[in-house]
Design a protein around this ligand. Structure first.
Ligand SMILES: Cc1cc2nc3c(=O)[nH]c(=O)nc-3n(C[C@H](O)[C@H](O)[C@H](O)COP(=O)(O)O)c2cc1C
Length: 220
């Protein structure tokens, strides 16, 4: 597994792009942010509608506001995320990283909000549509994955987060985000403190069938 930071081969990069939740405060150069976002907008979308927009929060007041609301959101759902000292299980390690992210969010150099135009899915008939449509998640997540991969390719750490959902109304108001957009993910981005490393996933063979559900024999 390579840890070159820059231009690693695709199959190495996709295999060690962990959620990097510990980031240094050093700024992300504008040219790097632009490269990351250019990768994001190369994603496919239905009818090439490209329903994404980005909000990069880099100023101290904006980050502080976001961090305070994020911490309150996490703690309202999960408490302090405390884990016993000495617990080295993957879950405990993840919770410690989440705690670090919550406690240091305001110090990270860049909080990237990926927003999506709202759009009713076809299966919701017009007469049943109430309130705001959800953002077009199906179109936004390929863009998000491109952003994460581009960060990894540049040696930047990033982690997809979704807890802003619990204060999304206030988020719209604070940053002037129009209601026709939903905020889909918030990605803190910066130079990672730890190392990229292999992701833990079930092998594809364990979740793949051929021809008929349940058949694991691949045709040769
Ligand atoms: C839809 C979705 C929501 C997620 N929400 C969060 C989140 O709110 N906070 C966070 O730190 N990570 C979040 N993640 C990242 C996952 O927790 C992480 O990718 C997963 O635990 C596997 O860890 P790894 O990517 O480091 O291998 C989310 C990922 C997805 C796809």
């Amino acid at each position: 597994m390579t840890d070159l930071g820059h231009n690693p081969p695709f199959f190495d990069l996709v295999g060690d792009m962990r959620a990097m939740r510990r980031l240094k405060p050093d700024p992300v150069p504008l040219e790097q942010l632009q490269r990351v976002l250019e990768a994001g907008v190369k994603a496919p979308s239905g009818m090439n509608s490209q329903p994404w927009s980005f909000l990069a929060i880099q100023d101290a007041d904006g980050k502080r506001w976001f961090a305070d609301h994020y911490r309150a959101g996490i703690e309202s759902r999960f408490g302090r995320l405390d884990v016993p000292e000495g617990d080295a299980s993957p879950m405990a390690r993840q919770l410690r990283a989440l705690r670090y992210q919550v406690d240091h969010m305001q110090e990270f150099p860049l909080l990237l909000l990926v927003c999506g135009l709202r759009d009713w899915p076809f299966r919701v008939p017009e007469e049943e549509r109430v309130g705001l449509a959800p953002p077009n998640y199906g179109a936004i997540y390929p863009c998000v994955q491109n952003i994460l991969l581009a960060c990894r390719a540049l040696g930047l750490g990033a982690a997809l987060t979704t807890m802003h959902q619990v204060f999304e109304e206030a988020l719209h108001e604070r940053f002037g985000i129009p209601l026709e957009y939903g905020v889909v993910v918030t990605i803190p981005i910066g130079i990672p403190i730890g190392c990229f490393g292999p992701v833990r996933r079930k092998p594809a063979a364990d979740v793949t069938y051929f021809g008929t559900w349940g058949n694991r024999d691949a045709p040769r």
